[in-house]
Ligand binder design. Structure first.
Ligand SMILES: Nc1ncnc2c1ncn2[C@@H]1O[C@H](COP(=O)(O)OP(=O)(O)O)[C@@H](O)[C@H]1O
Ligand SMILES: [Mg+2]
Length: 246
C-alpha cells in the first residue's frame, strides 16, 4: 500500500488473450484504495472478468502498468496473487472430488506455505476463522463435490479469506446464491471492507450494499464507461445507464 492507501493502480492498461490480434480491454486507468467497496458492472463480454484477471497478473498486459499491493503486476504476479483473493466466476467440482470443504479452504494457504512447509497453527487458525465467518462449520468434513452450488461458492469465498488477503476480487459471487445466502454473504463482504480490505466485485445484484459510498466501475466494449462513487440506492440506475449504448 502506498501513502494514500492505494492498493490497486492501473495506468492505461491494455490486455490481450494469448494469440489474439487485438487487446480485449483498452486504456483503463483507475485506482482503488484500502477499504473501498467497488462494484464492476457492464454487459456480458464487456471485459469485466478480464479486468479482474489483469489486476492479479493472470493475464498479460500488452501496454501500460499495474501496481497492486505496491508490487509490479507484470514482474511479480506470483507475489501479487498471494496477497489478492480471487473468487472465480465459473467453477465445477466433480461429485467425486477427493477433498473435504476444510481441505479446499486450506488450499487458500498453499501460496503462503510454499511447497515444502506443512500447514501450522496459524494456517489452521486462518482456515477455522474463514469457515466460521462463512457459516460452513457443519460442512467442513463433507466432500466438496457433494455440496450444493451455493455452499461450494461459500467454500470458495472462505478459501480466499483463509489467505488473509489485502484485496478480494469476486466475479459474480451471487450467481449461485439464494436470496437469504446473498444477504449473508453481502454482510460478510461489507465487514471485510470495513476492516480495510478492498472488495472489488463483478455483480449484477445491487441489493444489500453497504450504507456508505459505493464505487461503481462500468465496463463497455473493453473500455471504462463510468468510474465514480455514489449512494447505494443510486448504484443500479447509474450502472444501467452506463451499460447501455447511448
Ligand atoms: N480465454 C479467452 N480467449 C480469448 N478471448 C477471450 C477469452 N476470455 C474472454 N475473451 C473475450 O474477451 C472479451 C471480454 O470477456 P470477459 O472479460 O469474460 O467479459 P465479461 O466478464 O464482461 O462478460 C469477450 O469478447 C470474450 O469473448
Ligand atoms: Mg465475466
Amino acid at each position: 500500500m502506498n501513502g494514500n492507501g492505494t492498493l490497486i493502480h492501473l495506468d492505461n492498461i491494455y490486455t490481450a488473450y494469448e494469440g489474439a490480434a487485438f487487446p480485449v480491454i483498452r486504456g483503463i486507468t483507475l485506482s482503488i484504495r484500502a477499504g473501498e467497496y467497488a462494484i464492476v458492472g457492464g454487459p456480458n463480454g464487456a471485459g469485466k472478468t478480464t479486468l479482474l484477471e489483469s489486476m492479479n497478473g493472470m493475464l498479460r498486459l500488452t501496454h501500460g502498468s499495474a501496481t497492486v499491493c505496491g508490487l509490479d503486476v507484470r514482474r511479480q504476479g506470483c507475489e501479487v496473487r498471494k496477497r489478492v483473493g480471487y473468487v472465480v466466476q465459473s467453477f465445477f467440482f466433480d461429485p467425486l472430488t477427493p477433498f473435504t470443504t476444510e481441505q479446499v479452504v486450506m488450499m487458500g494457504r498453499y501460496g503462503l506455505l510454499g511447497c515444502l512447509r506443512r500447514p501450522g497453527e496459524a494456517d489452521y487458525a486462518a482456515v477455522d476463522r474463514a469457515i466460521r465467518l462463512l457459516g460452513l462449520e457443519d460442512l467442513r468434513d463433507r466432500p466438496i463435490g457433494t455440496l450444493s452450488g451455493g455452499q461450494q461458492q461459500k467454500a470458495l469465498i472462505a478459501q480466499n479469506l483463509a489467505k488473509e488477503p489485502e484485496i478480494l476480487l469476486l466475479d459474480e459471487p451471487f450467481s449461485n446464491l439464494d436470496l437469504c445466502t446473498r444477504d449473508f454473504v453481502s454482510g460478510v463482504l461489507k465487514d471485510l471492507a470495513k476492516k480495510g480490505i478492498a472488495v472489488v466485485m463483478v455483480s449484477h445484484a445491487f441489493d444489500g450494499l453497504p450504507d456508505g459510498e459505493i464505487r461503481i466501475i462500468v465496463m463497455r466494449d473493453g473500455t471504462l464507461s463510468l468510474d465514480e462513487t455514489c449512494r447505494p440506492d443510486e448504484v443500479e440506475s447509474r450502472v444501467r445507464k452506463a451499460s447501455t449504448v447511448q
